[in-house]
Design a protein around this ligand. Sequence first.
Ligand SMILES: [Mn+2]
Length: 316
Amino acid sequence: MEKEILNLIESSSRILIITHVNPDGDTLGCASALKTYIGTKADILIQIKDNFNFPNTYSFLPHINNSKNLSNLNDEYDLIIAIDTASKDRIIDKAKNIFEKCQNTIVIDHHKTNSGFGKINYIKGGISSTGEVLFDLFEKLNIEISPDMAKGLYSAILTDTGCFKYESVTNHTFSIASKLSNIINTSEIADLCYTNKPKNLILFQNYLVSNAVFCLNDKIAYTLITKEIIEKYNAKDEYTEGICETLRSISGVEIALVLKETNNGVKVSIRTKEIDATIIAGKFNGGGHKRAAGCTIKEKINTACDILLKEAKALV
Ligand SMILES: [Mn+2]
């Protein structure tokens, strides 16, 4: 299949690389590496939805600043590659139409739930990151990794593994990181990824952590993100990422909850240690993974908090 992908890339004259909606370091890093490899005949598409801001953190990645967006995209592509995109729903609006009409499509991904929506599906479910999948693909094809490609691949792996912390990290992941460290300065990349955050993001997150409520001997920790607070800090959607994880990281906390007021109900993030987070999310038609799940409750934030806490308390 690797050869088939290479042949398709070589025989196509206009290629679009699609990153998933509201992109993260994995999808952007991979898109950057792939575009660097393919060259001028490839464009990158970045899709932004709702109150999400393009994560400027990643503008150091080669070619990312010259990406297409949903408003200046045309449909002249004969090959589309969706990268780190778990399902077709992660491609929106005009881009979805273009994807569906395109004669050749490739999906490169690592999500276990990806059922394969491309003509060619290069999906390695359970691998740490699409960065790792893409590195292996390049290696199998004997494609030399340039420093610019290594920047993207390393950023993708670093950010999607939570700096090599998650269970999906294997000795193979480390061996790739080791190879990349021969090509680029890894601590420089880590600095670019992690020490370049907007001031408001840190102030907003600190407020939410400082105002967290603890109950049942600290077994449950939760914090409420009201519209008022969002406005006060001019917080973008992505600013809430990581708060639930911070609460979960506190010793003794078994269930961490973040409730966020939106126009479509209260969005809930659930992070747990031993308890199955999907049990709580499932009560409200949500889902996710054992330690990280989410749901939406169509109530006022205080009511949502009460009913959510009732379910959480029943499990500890
Ligand atoms: Mn990913």
